[in-house]
Design a protein around this ligand. Sequence first.
Ligand code: RAT
Ligand code: ZN
Length: 432
Amino acid sequence: MPIQTKEELRQVVQETVNTTPISDIHTHLFTEDFGSILLWGIDELLTYHYLVAETFRFHPELSYDAFWAMSKTEQADLIWQTLFLDHTPYSEACRGVLTVLNRLGLDVESRDLASYREYFKKLTTGEYIDKVFELSGVTNVCMTNDPFADAERAVWEKGTEADPRFHTALRIDPLLNQWETTWARLKEWGYEVEQELTETTLKSIRSFLKDWIERMNPLYMAVSLPPTFAYPEASVRGRLIDECILPVAREAGIPFAMMIGVRKKVNPALGDAGDSVGKSDVSAVENICAQNPDNKFLCTILSRDDQHELTVAARKFRNLHVFGCWWFLNNPSIIEEMTRMRFELLGASVTPQHSDCRVLDQLLYKWDHSRIIIAKVLYDKYSDVMDTGWKITREEIARDCADLFGGSFWKFLGKPDPNASSGAEKKYAGSR
Ligand code: RAT
Ligand code: ZN
């Protein structure tokens, strides 16, 4: 039975968006097996690097060294005092903390940091993972797995038990962005490489990638790239992409995910918060897609200025799948304009959002906040269609939402959607 009125449409869209299970295709979360590499709890939420950057703006007197010398609890205390008590916490990252507390049923009005800390002390990691997945409506996430991160590599080498809620992604930034130092690490790990890209070196790099693909079974291989990323390019990176990444990705049947536009360490004293953004050249994305039609590419781009061009590029190349409102774009005003434009140009053949969570609890706010916007934009689009006399059914809305919250991504990968097998919508606790 088609939807009859705009009021009914609004309700159905809202309900469907709120109950469609989510595959979150890019996060920095980990399974319980990774121990302290998986961040969760109030002090991790408060010391999220987005909030660290905001705090320094209000403390011209505070030296970076003094801040980094503080314990995590002291840093969290300072951030709470500065951003939540001395000012009103309406920045998106601050609001996120409040949404999390609220969704956990904690008393936001009390502003009682000590009681929030008490709440988390009583939980175990395993219990809390279950709780957050249940409350957030996210059923599975993709991790960011970096073999160059020592602590993480140690877990992989020891052997880790898979958790079906967590998929892997092989992240290779040091390989493509710092070959001048990375080659020595590969050598140390037993690969026959030298700095010069000889045939033997290239073959060994391919072996390195294949070994990690075998170990991790990743959904994709990913890299973050500077705004100057060009393709094709007669550079070390250009050769590594052409002679190692693309053939290995093709053989493994996985996409190469390009996250373009990061200017690393613009202010190194800020640590993770010290990276910035720059305008990129989207023709590099078009070229790589055009010249490698047998490869698949995922892409997200950091500058707001590049969004329209990237969306148009996706219309030209079906081996390109655009995803997410990345990092500095993950703010309601920008999510809304990007989502509108993408729906208008790409329909449901896009993954409008990923969470980029670094702290487990953030699944609760990043998705709540994005769902509100996606529902709003979807309502407008369906409403325009209804104005022509076209009728829409609940089932069609459910189908579209399933695509937007992961289905399109899984189809692009050519892999079964874990949420499709469960059949009907999954209801989950909590209210919005
Ligand atoms: O959004 C972030 O937290 C950034 O620091 C990065 O991790 C970024 O998302 C990335 O994956 O490089
Ligand atoms: Zn990320």
